[in-house]
Design a protein around this ligand. Structure first.
Ligand code: NDP
Length: 241
């Protein structure tokens, strides 16, 4: 029987590419989103992948949402923690709201989601938890104290859980993308892209969402069972961690 994969923020951007690649690889896929109904509906119409709306920063919403996904799609054996937001500001202008929103979605979201699938994965002696961090969690980024802290936290969280899950057949890994060709990156002015960003990337281009999706499919597979606690960087050589 097909394994079930749950992708947070799986209705657009990198998450949509991950959801599609997992479906193509034979998984039953469920994708979550926060509030963009239009994008979620268009995604379901295009792919046939079910979408579910809840806030990953809300523990009780995660618990209820995962119960619904498991009732409709089967036990979650692959969890992809992809949902993420930015609220950039130089630190002297960063507000507690900027901080809490980013930590809530990008770090606490990992606790809320993973905690609610962990028991089932332990019982079934199989699980794959894959979280999308960022190059900026590895190297830090001006104006992103909140985001860099959360994304670095994702790596520490995964290294700790990798040790706890190992004997139960659960692997816990991270992918740290660099610049990826999403709406956010497409909005960067051409001059900044050509004169600042591209010269900093040794391969001379930004990455494609499908390149991150292929990393996820690999880490989700049974064949990757010896890889746990790892951070797979996919950044065109921009930062060598
Ligand atoms: P997008 O902004 O394109 O999509 C984000 C997705 O996450 C959407 O589906 C959104 O739902 C969902 N989401 C946001 N907040 C929440 C929440 N609180 N609860 C549930 N779902 C939520 O993101 P990207 O594709 O650009 O990024 C995906 C991941 O990759 C993020 O973790 C990001 O930090 C990371 N990343 C991205 C890079 C890039 O270059 N784009 C580089 C490095 C890392 P809705 O559609 O309803 O808003």
């Amino acid at each position: 029987m097909a394994r079930t994969a749950l992708v947070t923020g799986g209705s657009r951007g990198i998450g949509a590419a991950i959801s599609k690649a997992l479906k193509e690889a034979g998984y039953t896929v469920a994708a979550t989103y926060a509030g963009n109904e239009e994008k979620a509906k268009a995604f379901t119409d295009e792919t046939g992948i079910r979408t579910y709306r809840w806030d990953v920063a809300d523990y009780e919403a995660c618990k209820a949402g995962i119960a619904r996904v498991e009732a409709e799609c089967g036990p979650v054996e692959v969890l992809v923690n992809n949902a993420g937001i930015t609220r950039d500001a130089p630190f002297h202008r960063m507000t507690p709201d900027h901080w809490n929103a980013v930590i809530g979605t990008n770090l606490t979201g990992l606790f809320n989601m993973t905690h609610n699938v962990w028991g089932g994965m332990r019982e079934r002696k199989f699980g794959r938890v894959i979280s999308i961090s960022s190059i900026n969690g590895q190297k830090g980024q001006f104006g992103q104290a909140n985001y860099s802290a959360a994304k670095a936290g994702d790596i520490g969280f995964s290294k700790a859980l990798a040790q706890e899950g190992a004997r139960a057949g659960i692997t816990v890994n991270v992918i740290a993308p660099g610049y990826i060709n999403t709406e956010m990156v497409q909005a960067v002015p051409e001059k900044v892209m050509n004169e600042v960003i591209l010269p900093a990337i040794p391969v001379g281009r930004v990455g494609e969402p499908e390149e991150i999706a292929r990393c996820v499919v690999f880490l989700a597979s049974e064949e990757s069972g010896f890889i746990t606690g790892a951070t797979l960087t996919a950044n065109g050589g921009q930062y060598l961690a």
